[in-house]
Each structure stands twice: as C-alpha cells, then as structure tokens.
Design a protein around this ligand. Structure first.
Ligand code: PNS
Length: 165
C-alpha cells in the first residue's frame, strides 16, 4: 500500500484568518492529511500564545478528521521529516508574496531535496487578507468579520480591548 501523503502547512497563524482556512480546506482535499504547523518563534512578540493559536485552529477544524494542528521549532524541513511529510504547502496571494516564498522553497529544497513545496492560491475574496492587517484593523476598532473565523474574531476583540484598557 502506498504511504499516506502527508502535507505540512507551516506559519505563524497569529491569528488564523479565513485565507488560511481556505488553503487548509483545499490542502485537506488534496492530501491524505495536512498538519497545520505553528512556528514557536521566540523572537516575535505575538498577539496570541502558540497554545491559543493551536486551540483556535483545532476548534475551526474540529470536524475535519484529516487536519491536525501542531507546533514546531527549529528547521521546518527537520520537523517535516520527523512527521513523515513529503510536501510543504504555502499560500500565495499576490506576486508580492512570491519572492520570499520562492527563496524559502529553494532553500528548503537544498536542505531536503525529497520534500516538495506546493503553492496554493486562496479564493480571490481572501487575496488581500493577512494576519498582520487583521490585527491592525481590529486594534483600531475596525470590523474584521468575514476575514477570520467567528471564534477568532471574538478572541481578537477581547484581546485588543484588554490591551487598550
Ligand atoms: O506565516 P509565516 O510567518 O510567513 O511563516 C514562515 C515560516 C514559519 C514558514 C518560516 O519562517 C519557517 O519555516 N521557519 C522555520 C525555520 C526554518 O526552517 N527556516 C528556514 C526556511 S528557508
């Protein structure tokens, strides 16, 4: 029997947006399983802790059996190998994403030639959505409904209101 095709979808997910959700849904239809892998990055000061981000991802995909959420540190390709993943999935929204993604994909290929990077496009309605902009809009009192899952929106509003106190 062929080995299951496992994909890794890595990122910061601070927080998960509907653009990420769209890519994960597309990936889960293409691969036997997809692991949403949250980077544990000590250098960044995130809005949500890694555990909070994992909880939000798990809640959003609680009914999709082949989507898993996990965290990792160190090299992505080492984590992918440890999880027997053969593919890295990355979303590309616009040409501006391409240069960074291209560099990362080729560096990852150099480090681990057997792991393939696959780029996927989200639905065009999410082509401008990023975690960074969502956080900025929410923190300035703007409406982010329709850009993030409902429970993420609730947590985002609680967090930015608490920060503003
Ligand atoms: O969503 P992001 O923040 O753009 O994701 C970037 C991520 C997590 C994919 C990238 O920073 C990464 O893979 N970091 C792990 C360390 C690593 O492997 N670095 C070499 C990549 S070429």
């Amino acid at each position: 029997m062929a080995a299951p095709r496992v994909a890794i979808y890595p990122g910061s997910f601070d927080p998960l947006t509907l653009g990420h959700v769209d890519i994960i849904q597309r990936g889960s239809a293409l691969f036997d399983s997809i692991i949403v892998a949250v980077l544990r990055n000590v250098e960044k000061s995130p809005l949500f802790s890694v555990d909070e981000r994992l909880t939000m991802i798990r809640h959003t995909f609680r009914e999709r059996g082949n989507v898993e959420a996990d965290s990792f540190s160190g090299l992505l390709v080492d984590y992918a190998s440890s999880r027997k993943a053969t593919t890295i999935v990355r979303g590309i929204r616009a040409i501006s994403d391409f240069e960074y993604e291209f560099q990362m994909a080729l560096m990852n290929r150099r480090l681990a030639p057997s792991i393939e990077t696959v780029f996927m496009m989200p639905a065009e309605e999410y082509s401008y959505v990023s975690s960074r902009l969502v956080k900025e809009v929410a923190s300035l009192g703007g409406n982010v409904s329709g850009l993030v899952p409902e429970d993420v929106e609730k947590k985002l509003l609680e967090r930015v209101l608490r920060r503003g106190e």
